[in-house]
Design a protein around this ligand. Sequence first.
Ligand code: C2E
Ligand code: MG
Ligand code: MG
Length: 714
Amino acid sequence: MNTASGAPHPASQPPASPSPPAPAPGLPPLAAWALMLDALADAAWIVDGRSLQVGAANAAAAALLGVAGPELAGMAATSLIATPEDLAFWDEVRQGSARQLDSETVLVNASARLVRVHRRVRPLADGHFLVTLQDRTEQQRQQDEREHLLAGLQATLESTGDGILVTDLAGRITAFNRRFAQVWGLPEALLTQRNDDAVFDWMRRSVVDPEAYQRRLATIQEATLLQASERLVLLSGQVLERVTQPQSCRGRPTGRVWAFRDHTALETASKRIEALTTTDGLTGLFNRRQLGEALTDSIRQAERNHGTLALLILDLDRFKQINDSLGHDIGDRVLLDTADRLKSCLRQGDQVARVGGDQFALLVQRVDSRGAESAARRVLEAISRPCAVDGLQFTMTCSVGVALYPVDGDNADLLVRHAETAMQRAKQGGRAGFRFHQPHHDDDLRQRMRLDHAMRQSLASNRFRLKYQPQIDLRSGAVIGAEALIRWRDPELGEVSPGEFIPVAEDSGFIVAIGDWVLTQAVRQAARWRHEGLVMPVSVNVSALQFQQADFIDRVAAVLREAELPGSLLELELTETILVQDADEALQRLSQLSQLGVRLAIDDFGTGYSSLAYLKRFPIERLKIDRSFIQGVPQDDSDAGIVRAIIQMSTALGMKVIAEGVETEPQRAFLLEAGCDQFQGFLYAPALDALSFDERVRGRPRGGKSSHLSLVGR
Ligand code: C2E
Ligand code: MG
Ligand code: MG
């Protein structure tokens, strides 16, 4: 240690304090200090420890204190900074006990400016004290600015919908927002404890696959610059999107920002959309598209296992009439009810779909034709159980078509197509039944086109004929009318029944031409009979399409006029469909017809859904009870009940009732007893050509008794 200079050294020097150099030898100590003060950037002055007066001060001190430099010398130390802390300090100095002061403080300078400073007071060797002031104003401003910025950032962080977590390079949590805790369902305690491990552990335990989650996390942490976005599925069912980006400062990575977005609602919505495109909105069943996929899957599986399966397509019979006459609400309820009934027919692994308005499909796994048949029977039975909607009781039926894998097709399209044509055949075969696909029926369309073509040619070459079926008064036995029924013998096709060609003509629209021909012929025949002294009303069947022709009323009027037949000798047989399709329009037309004197009847009554009360709105004079109900009487209680009810109600409404298809004496007896007015059927006569009809009717006294009834062969 060099003590040779003999210069006094400060007795003790605090390690962090600026250590002023020893005064240069030969200079008075104060002047030496003053020189040194001027070299300091901070404001500084020297205080005499005994007088507590300022000895020397630098220019920076004068500027900070707002006092002119020369005035500073001699001022009391306590007048420059007068905080209680400073006053106490200088008091202690006076008593010889204080050594140093080091703290942040605020001083009010001579120009009344508030200055934030860091003030240090250090004893010097010769009983003086060095006071230095570091102006903290700028620093404070920067800190305020930082805090402001931080608060802004925090607010931004809190206002985002994402959960945000910030980690440093070591993976420790440096910041997070409240949403982060919400998204992860983190208990508040974990966050307030700032227990990083517990937080990370919680996150790991919340995900569905913790191992994969952990592996991925390790990869991300290792690759400091990696940006990544992925989907996390939580045990709670939530779906989070995690986006992570490196965080850097001045180009150097400092950590990572993690954003967690709750995608649950989004996923739920997209699942719902997905569901809507694959399922039926009303019933929640598979739709046609999804059925196609399920069918393809099942076929693939059956292929592998050499298995079999069946596709049933069913269509509700006359559903359109329900919808039109009872309203869509009821229609929807019937469809929902149907869906439930079909589900009850399913076994494990089977599927049911709604493939169209009132069309459903059943995919039945592992069945051969026998299994498919029993499935079809189950379906028919389930659908035909009586149903009640809104206090309305009715019975639905359906037509079912069946196609089997692999015999009827080895792909979904083919099976669907074949099941559909089979279902169409079930419809044509009288509904309420099922049909299997039959290979040759695939030529159905070609067959129908051929029929349509032949019909057109036959009409042009006048090959259609009309036959007339007598209608008899039950009580008197008198023939009171004739139903015109069309007959067609084609040179190539032979005798074709109207049950076969009328539906084809209705489909192609050719029925309008045929209907017009029938109307003309029948009216002419009635006029001819009348001319010959036989007053015989004729009944003509009218198809819906024909009835809906804009000029239909005009045509009827023109035909009557041409033949000079009173309207009262013409009856039009309409179906219930005509009345329920557009009731207002129908009512208007029916009124116009009845103004012509034309009589109106409802054909095949009971097979549709119109109630008698509904029919009351229309000028209907006669109801024809459908043959299917007559078949069952008198032995079938249900048929007998229906027939009785129709008779009673129509009589009450002032309508006449005629029973169709009466073949046996017990049927006739039952109808007579039940109060039915009239009948037609093989019991009396089938449809006869005009000449035979005339002979038959005129062969016996007009208005004869029922004992005059005689049977003719069919
Ligand atoms: P529909 O109007 O209900 O005619 C009654 C059908 O029952 C006729 O069949 C008739 O021959 C048949 N029938 C009559 N008595 C008996 C019986 O005692 N037992 C049985 N089993 N059947 C009986 P057809 O002539 O084959 O006509 C079938 C359907 O074709 C008709 O049913 C009608 O809807 C339609 N049709 C017939 N002719 C025409 C027509 O000129 N125009 C239109 N639009 N349709 C027609
Ligand atoms: Mg008829
Ligand atoms: Mg009928």
